[in-house]
Design a protein around this ligand. Structure first.
Ligand code: G6P
Ligand code: MG
Length: 216
């Protein structure tokens, strides 16, 4: 039986993945190369500094530690600039209804995100109080695919991993869920999220009851 649902933020609750991509692409362009959407998949769920390493690797660019910190800060400033336009209307279709239904069914909810900006974004969405616990990039020390964020969330909620569903749009996020012994539901394409237990394009029209039925 499912007792808790843990949600990734970027690409699951809100489409900030497009803003992360734009900000990373801008940085890449500044350094003289381009970043494709396909390469951007590698960055989903990955911490800011690890993402920077991947981006620099793609461009074959070597930087000093000091320059890396400077560029990471620039990317984040650009990203936050994009995020200013996020309003409660930007929650992805069906997500709010799904969370309401979980509440009504007394199923616990948690957020598990690598982002250090998670609370800012949830505040812009007016969704901070939708979650019984929030584990973000300021709390977790290990990035996905390490299961730490989700295990911390499960522990906060006093629910055993096998009774948790994780909703994730990132390959690394599904890997984290599975490594933690949880059920991994992919948000996106089955051809990308091959390790997920079940994949759906989003929450639009999805009821908790129907989904749990499908996962049986
Ligand atoms: C999420 C996103 C990643 C992002 C990471 C860190 O996991 O999917 O693309 O790099 O958070 O986000 P931050 O907002 O702290 O830079
Ligand atoms: Mg994500």
């Amino acid at each position: 039986t499912v007792q808790a649902c843990l949600f990734d933020l970027d690409g699951v609750i809100v489409d900030t993945a497009k803003y992360h991509y734009l900000a990373w692409r801008q940085l890449a362009n500044q350094l003289g190369f381009d970043l494709t959407l396909e390469q951007n998949e590698l960055l989903k769920g990955i911490s800011r500094m690890e993402s920077l390493e991947i981006v620099l690797g793609i461009g074959g660019v070597k930087l000093s530690e000091e320059e890396k910190l400077k560029f990471a800060a620039e990317k984040n400033a650009q990203y936050l600039e994009f995020c200013k336009q996020i309003t409660p209307d930007d929650a992805l279709p069906g997500v709010r209804d799904f969370l309401d239904e979980l509440k009504a069914d007394s199923i616990k909810t948690g957020l598990g995100s690598a982002s250090k900006n998670a609370k800012t974004i949830l505040t812009n969405l007016d969704m901070l109080n939708y979650f019984d616990t929030i584990v973000d990039g300021n709390r977790a020390t290990k990035g996905k695919p390490d299961p730490q964020v989700f295990l911390m969330g499960a522990e906060d909620l006093s629910v055993a991993p096998e009774h948790c569903i994780v909703f994730e749009d990132a390959v690394a996020g599904i890997q984290a869920a599975k490594a933690g012994g949880m059920i991994g539901v992919g948000i996106g394409q089955a051809s990308v999220l091959t390790e997920a237990d079940y994949v759906m394009p989003g929450f639009d029209g999805v009821t908790v009851k129907d989904l749990f039925e499908k996962l049986k």
